[in-house]
Every structure is written in C-alpha cells, then in structure tokens.
Ligand binder design. Structure first.
Ligand code: Q9C
Ligand code: ZN
Length: 342
C-alpha cells in the first residue's frame, strides 16, 4: 500500500501541555511520525510519496472559513506582538456566552476555537496540519483512482477537530476531509471507523446530521476518559443523520475480547450501510503500553484488526491519529497495515 507523508509535520512541535494543573512535555511529538515512517519502510509495505497540493477547497468542505483563517494567521499575529512561547488558551466561552463575535484578543480567540489546554499552537502548526490534510486527500485520491488502500502518515492528528474547533492535539480533521472527498467524488455511502482510544468527537460533530457518512467510534468510556463530554452510546445521530452514528464506549481497562466484540458490531454496520469506501481513523493508543490510555491491544491484536478491516473488501484510506508509546508506535501501526495486506 502506498503511504503519503510530508516532513512539514516537524514544524508542529509543542513543548508543553497543561495536565492536572502542571505544564508537562507534549505527548504528541515529531518523533511519533519518524518511528511510523521507519517501521513502514523497514517492513517494505510500499512506496512513500509526498502529498499533492489539493488546495483549500476540500478542506473548506469540512471546516468553517473563519476557523481556517484563524489557524492560518494566529502564529504570525502572536509573533508580531513579540510572542515566542507556544500558544495555549486560558479562557473559554461556555453556555450563555457569545460565539458569533471573534474577540480581538489572541488568547480569547484561542478559547473561542478550542476545547482544551493540551493542544499548543506553534510556529509550524498550520503548515503541518495543512500538509496532513493533503496527505489524507492524496491517499483518498489514490484509492478513488483504484488503489485498494492507502495510508496517510501525518501529524498532528485530526479526529478531535470539528467544524470550527481544535483540541486533543488535533487541528484539521484529516479523516473527515478524506471521507468528504469520497462523497464529492460521487460515493453515496461512506463509512468512517475510528479505532483510536479516544472518542472521535470532532468527526462525530461534523457528520452527526448526515446519513451519507456513517461514523462509528470504539473508545474508552467518556465518563472517565478524554474527551469526556461526548462519545456515549445513546448518541446515534440527529435529523437525517439519525441512525448513522454509533459509539462503542468501553470501560477503561477493558480486555481485548470486549474490544473485538465492538469491532465486530461496527463491521456489521459498515456492511449494512452499504458503504462504498472506508476511512479508518487509525490511532494505536489502544496499545497496552500507551502512557495515556487504558486498553490492552498488542501486535497480534493490531494484525487481527487489519485483517478484519481487509475482510470488509472496501477501498480503504488509513489516517494516522493517536498513539503515544513512541518507541512502539511504528510497529503497532505497521501491524495493522500488514494485517490488512494479509
Ligand atoms: N495529557 C489523540 O489521541 N490529553 N488525542 C489527555 C494526557 C488529551 C488524545 C491527558 C488526549 C488527546 C488524537
Ligand atoms: Zn487518542
């Protein structure tokens, strides 16, 4: 399978995030992509290519113009004020506040467009996220043109980012952008499966009222796990999207049997949906050794996941999401892809 990757990811390099009231080093760091790239090449899984520039139009199909404009300019605006440190929000609007007026204050803008203080914006964040979107779009184009599958190897990840907000280390929702590209290319039904440890709240928000893109997520129960405020089983879609959103929250610490039961249920729904294409939000923070997650998948389970997805027989785009056991992330991702290739 072909892999699309850009070194521009390296420009997104936060130094710290706020965790339990403390500044701690970022978990989402450039080395993650380096390890995945090394493992992909070592396994001889396929050619690695630079993404093509698909322009802003396919990204604007998912994200609001004012949010994209904010991401594109915020670092330069900060630098013009003499700012040098990573940008982290410190104030947020909640129920009853205005969200239709963008404040002039930069930190207030950060709060308007974010939902946590763990996702620093740095000098190269926009460029990195944009390159990631183009990796996903180029992978989608390869599959739309007949490839069985393709892999978008990019960071920062994307599945927590919604129409007009970032968080959870995510800024542009690459998987959603790829799914939309399938629709815009003529697919009537697309399935988007999120196997990252954390609920794909951004992707759910984007497609919640739509029946063309079936969104499903298997994740740690939001009662105890990030992102906390979304991802429950009773969220099944709204309006014409009713019945086209499915969440499989599992208690933190759940065993692999339980995880694969959820995967099986999700696969059955993908078949019932009559999906013409599959986009996989591939987070491997379900790994037993992940520092911020509590599931127990290991190499045999990652292979089994890949093989199960292959059995769906669908044109498939894999988009890298989370996974913070840096030394093992490459082997874990490659296990899924190798399992898929059979
Ligand atoms: N500092 C993804 O996997 N912070 N995002 C959790 C640990 C947020 C994870 C607490 C985790 C976001 C794409
Ligand atoms: Zn995650």
């Amino acid at each position: 399978m072909r892999c699309f990757h850009s070194p521009l990811h390296r420009g997104h390099a936060g130094t710290h995030e706020i965790y339990r009231g403390e500044l701690v080093p970022c978990f989402e760091k450039p080395e993650r992509a380096d390890f995945v790239l090394q493992a992909f090449q070592r396994a001889g899984l396929g050619e690695v290519s630079a993404p093509e520039d698909h322009g802003l139009a396919p990204i604007e199909r998912i994200h609001a113009p004012r949010y994209l404009a904010f991401l594109a300019r915020v670092w330069d605006a900060w630098a013009a004020q003499g700012g040098t440190r990573d940008l982290l929000p410190a104030v947020w609007p909640t129920r009853g506040f205005r969200d239709d007026i963008e404040p002039d204050n930069l930190v207030a803008q950060l709060g308007l467009y974010s939902f946590d203080s763990g996702s620093p914006i740095t000098a190269g964040t926009w460029t990195a996220a944009l390159a990631g979107a183009h990796c996903a779009l180029t992978a989608q184009a390869a599959v739309a043109q007949g490839a069985r599958a393709a892999f978008s190897l990019a960071r920062p990840p994307g599945h927590h980012a919604g129409t007009d907000f970032y968080g959870g280390y995510c800024f542009l929702n690459h998987a959603a952008i790829a799914a939309q590209a399938f629709v815009d290319g003529g697919a009537a039904r697309v399935a988007l499966l999120d196997v990252d440890y954390h609920h794909g709240n951004g992707t759910q928000q984007i497609f919640y009222q739509r029946s063309d893109v079936l969104f499903q997520s298997i994740h740690g129960d939001p009662r105890t796990e990030y992102p906390f405020y979304l991802g429950h089983a009773d969220e099944t879609g709204a309006g014409t999207g009713l019945g086209f959103n499915a969440n499989y929250p599992l208690p933190a610490g759940s065993d692999n049997t339980r995880w694969f039961e959820a995967l099986e249920a999700a696969c059955r729904r993908i078949v019932a949906h009559g999906a013409e294409a599959l986009v996989v939000s591939l987070g491997v923070d379900t790994f037993e050794g992940d520092p911020i997650s509590r599931f127990h998948l290991r190499t045999p389970e990652f292979k089994r996941l890949g093989a199960r997805l292959a059995a769906l027989g669908l044109p498939t785009v894999f988009v890298l999401e989370g996974g913070y056991a840096v030394a093992e992330i490459g082997d874990n991702v490659v296990s899924v892809l190798a399992g898929f290739e059979g």
